[in-house]
Ligand binder design. Structure first.
Ligand code: NDP
Length: 444
């Protein structure tokens, strides 16, 4: 396999899908060497079969707003691979959602889920619906209409969606209610559910906490402790909130958070009181971080991202391509020693190159943010046996999984000089398990 040829071919076949091509390129370039050690993979054309999703559903979602105006949005579900388990991956509601973005996310999810050690395939879905400014009844009606179509394609042993950008506990509740109504079945078909109807403790915390556990493992390879470190976080949603919480509780100083409109800088760092205010502002009132800055008298920078602020560690937790090459250079120049991705593909290829050449510890999201889907997998296990584990039990399992993911990255990504290429390690480890399963299952 020649990665450049496969990528060029995919670009020709899917010319309007830059995010998908970007994600595929990063993976193929890092697994090329390992792949070519297995001539049987090439004979089975494994690479092309792995890059192209097994199935894509697209549908129209029609819904009515509070003023009785009727709207249409697109709904999607990409079922990328079920080689190692039922399709599994989040739903994203955001106006930027399109096929390219969901195909990149489903592709990444396949390798991420493989890394978790749990039996889950890869998928992603969502809609270009914009939840911003919508009333609660509007959100409910949209979720119901979306599920009235999606339900045909999913199931506890078929495909198990979860949340992502714009889809949190409230939306999962509405989606589950409709699924139950149209199927007459009470199954673990969605994860991220409320605790009273089958959700798992620690699921809301899992992605942020997992990223910090992974970061601690990376720092430990250099004998560094997180305590006392200055951390820059982007975003202010689910992942950012629990990243801030865990980092703060371990003694780090988190000096930023952000949203679509700008970022807040707080030289004193987050406290429990400030974080509680941010959570109420973002999760209940659906407000902006500008208001957070005004409330606590902090610096607010409109229309900018936080990467220019001096820090030891950067934890991007908002969205894809949110750190470009120039911003990466600024982070390195300012003495940043580690970047661990909470978001999916937040660093552009140029930024990744800068990080790797500088020698800082850099973790790609498919390894460092796998805590969310891991606890989703644990939620599926609990639903299957109709039992729930305590918060401590789930947190311990999450911690173990993050340690194992780190160990897999080291196994496949250790360079001769002892440094670790986490991109290669995560991609090769994730790929090998899926590849072995596909080889065993024949040409399907
Ligand atoms: P949320 O919707 O809870 O929060 C997203 C946050 O990012 C918000 O603060 C939002 O700002 C900000 N944001 C989104 N898009 C942009 C943009 N284009 N520019 C600037 N800011 C932006 O989502 P999550 O926290 O769940 O997800 C964040 C990231 O983590 C995503 O990349 C997601 O795929 C990834 N992820 C999430 C997992 C999970 O368990 N939730 C698991 C693994 C990865 P605003 O408030 O203005 O909308």
């Amino acid at each position: 396999m020649k990665a450049s040829e496969v990528i060029a071919n995919l670009e020709k076949r899917f010319p309007n899908e830059p995010e998908y091509i970007q994600a595929v390129s990063v993976v193929l370039n890092s697994i090329e060497e390992e792949y070519n050690k297995h001539p049987e993979f090439e004979k089975a054309n494994l690479i092309e079969r792995l890059c192209i999703p097994e199935r894509i559903y697209q549908f129209r979602v029609t819904w009515q707003d509070d003023n009785h105006v009727i709207h249409t949005n697109m709904g999607y579900r990409i079922q990328h691979s079920n080689a190692i388990g039922p399709y599994k991956g989040g739903l994203r509601f955001h106006p930027s959602v399109n096929l390219s973005i969901l195909k990149f996310l489903a592709f990444e999810q396949t390798f991420k889920n493989s890394l978790t050690t749990l039996p889950m395939g890869g998928a992603k879905g969502g809609s270009d619906f914009d939840p911003a400014g919508k009333s609660d009844p509007e959100i409910m009606r949209f979720c119901q209409q979306f599920m009235s179509e999606l339900y045909q394609y999913i199931g506890a042993d078929v495909d198990v969606p979860a949340g992502d950008i714009g889809v949190g506990g409230r939306e999962i509740g509405y989606l589950y209610g409709m699924y139950k109504k149209v199927t007459h079945a009470y199954t673990g078909v969605l994860t991220g559910k409320g605790l009273s109807f089958g959700g798992s403790l620690i699921r809301p915390e899992a992605t942020g906490y997992g990223n910090i556990y992974f970061l601690q493992e990376m720092l430990a390879t250099k004998g560094i402790d997180i305590e006392g470190k200055t951390i820059v976080v982007s975003g202010s949603g689910n992942v950012a909130q629990y990243t801030i919480q865990k980092a703060m509780r371990l003694g780090a100083k988190v000096v930023t958070c952000s949203d679509h409109n700008g970022y807040v800088y707080d030289p004193e760092g987050f406290t429990e009181e400030k974080l509680a205010y941010l959570m109420e502002l973002k999760n209940v009132r659906h407000g902006r971080v500008k208001e957070y800055a005004e409330h606590f008298g902090l610096k607010y920078v409109a229309g900018a991202r936080p990467w220019g602020e001096k820090c030891d560690i950067a934890l991007p937790s908002a969205t894809q391509n949110e750190i470009n090459e120039e911003e990466a250079k600024t982070l390195v120049k300012n003495g940043c020693i580690a970047v661990s991705e909470g978001a999916n593909m937040p660093s552009t290829p140029g930024a990744i190159k800068v990080f790797q050449e500088s020698g800082l510890l850099y973790a790609p999201g498919k390894a460092s943010n796998a805590g969310g889907v891991s606890v989703s997998g644990l939620e599926m296990a609990q639903n299957s046996v109709r039992y729930s584990w305590s918060a401590e039990e789930v947190d311990n399992k999450l911690h173990d999984i993050m340690r194992q993911i780190h160990a897999s990255c080291v196994k496949y990504g250790k360079n001769p000089d002892g440094s670790i290429n986490y991109v290669k390690g995560a991609n090769v480890a994730g790929f090998m398990k899926v590849a072995e399963a596909m080889m065993a299952q024949g040409v399907v």
